[in-house]
Design a protein around this ligand. Structure first.
Ligand code: AMP
Length: 426
């Protein structure tokens, strides 16, 4: 894969440099986008130039618009029923809706139409839209395959495929579906792949299905944004709920996500907060019907819900700009999940704070997170009644701690364990 030093030649000053259409310039102004983010400055010129690109970028950096803009700029106005010109594959339904909303926002004033297709939503309505002729399909791989197999969508007119959050799609087992879809698309298409990390599996997809892709690394090694203050509490498991209440009382977050490891745990914490009379609490997990998830997300986006209890899979794509606090009620076992959770706040340079509850014997997770983000979390404390000295998790010596010699990073989690855990969190 080629690596191009694009960053030196690009300017963050204005969108003028890309020679965009008047419609697009107006839509950008209307959206309040004054200047390109670094990810946009890096990707837009390459995408407009018809290059295949692997862009290493996390969410919250403006990565969606970095492919939405060049696609909208190059669409043909005429449509053929069932045959979109661009296809964007995303890992979750929430992300499908968000990417679709970005298309709608930036297509304002132009004739281009997009549709979001994902499981759990009525097939018929999606079919009708496809039949009417749309320019762009944004969908989860499973539902896209359904449409292809039932003949309600065709791929011969597709000239651009985007794999958004490719690492996540592969993690949750979408690889066979992605490969099937890519094989059905014209070989001379453009492929853009966006991913927070570029592990071997992502490289393999790039090697097999992309044409001389250029790797653009727009994620600094310091993966968690510098604008995010990150703290941990050392807390026994049976005191975590009390700590949560005290922390909410102390911090008065304007909007927060409370991350739990399992669906059942999100339910328990949600009920607990309701019972305690905490206002504006919501819960979202993969067990809920799609319509309930969608309305919960819009309640969160509108600010009606202030505190959202979520699992990793559902929480990952959440793009709500006012999130002031992330609370990791359960410490994530995977470092990447930590990075993604914390990335929900501090978006587009705003300030945010993240708190992680660490049980005294979970030092191994804390240490591997710190190694991943190359930064030590600061210890915070809150007085709870009847709580004596709680040891620091860093000092825990028992159990299967990850041995990490000073000059060697901790071993990555085993791929099989990862896949299983994501499934159970879905
Ligand atoms: P994303 O990384 O695509 O999830 O985008 C994060 C947020 O940044 C979204 O709310 C976008 O609407 C917003 N955004 C994207 N590009 C820009 C820009 N150039 N200027 C200001 N906000 C932007």
């Amino acid at each position: 894969m080629e690596t191009k030093k694009t960053l030196r030649r690009i300017s963050l000053r204005s969108f003028d440099q890309f020679d965009l259409s008047p419609d697009m310039m107006r839509a950008l102004e209307r959206a309040g986008y004054e200047r390109p983010s670094p990810v946009q400055a890096g990707l837009i010129p390459l995408a407009l130039d018809d290059q295949d690109v692997v862009g290493q970028a996390r969410t919250g950096t403006g990565k969606t618009a970095s492919f939405v803009i060049p696609i909208l700029e190059r669409l043909d106005e005429a449509t053929t029923p069932l045959s979109p010109q661009a296809l964007v594959l995303v890992p979750t339904r929430e992300l499908a809706l968000q990417v679709h909303a970005e298309f709608e926002k930036l297509a304002h004033g132009s004739p281009f139409r997009s549709v979001a297709v994902f499981g759990g939503a009525p097939f018929r309505a999606q079919q009708t839209k496809l039949q009417q002729g749309i320019h762009v399909v944004v969908g989860t791989p499973g539902r896209v395959i359904d449409h292809l197999q039932r003949g309600t969508m065709r791929t011969e007119a597709v000239w651009c495929v985007v794999l958004d959050e490719a690492d996540r799609m592969l993690d949750i087992g979408f690889r066979p579906a992605i490969e099937k879809i890519l094989k059905r698309c014209p070989t001379d298409r453009q492929t853009l792949l966006l991913s927070a990390t570029v592990p071997d599996e992502v490289r393999m997809i790039a090697r097999r299905y992309m044409y001389r892709p250029i790797l653009v690394n727009l994620s600094p090694y310091q993966v968690a944004a510098d604008t995010i203050d990150q703290y941990y509490f050392s807390i026994p498991r049976n005191r975590k709920r009390s700590l949560l209440l005290k922390l909410l009382e102390r911090e008065q977050p304007s909007q927060a996500i409370v991350f739990c490891r399992t669906k059942i745990q999100t339910q328990r914490i949600y009920r607990f907060l309701l019972d305690q009379g905490v206002p504006g609490v919501g819960c979202i997990n993969g067990d809920m019907a799609q319509s309930a998830r969608t309305s919960m997300m819009s309640a969160f986006r509108s600010g009606k819900v202030k505190l959202l209890v979520a699992t990793d899979v559902v929480g990952r794509g959440i793009d709500v700009s006012g999130i002031s606090h992330i609370i990791n009620f359960d410490i994530p076992e995977l470092c990447d999940d930590y990075v993604h959770r914390v990335g929900r706040t501090g978006r587009m340079g705003k300030e945010g704070v993240a708190y992680t509850f660490v049980e005294p014997d979970q030092g191994e997770f804390l240490t591997s997170i710190e190694m991943r983000i190359d930064k030590l979390l600061k210890r915070d404390e809150i007085d709870l009644p009847d709580m004596g000295h709680v040891p620091d998790p860093h000092d825990f010596k028992g159990g299967p701690a990850i041995e990490a010699p000073a000059d060697k990073p901790a071993p990555p989690p085993k791929p099989d364990a990862r896949r299983k855990r994501y499934r159970s969190a879905l």
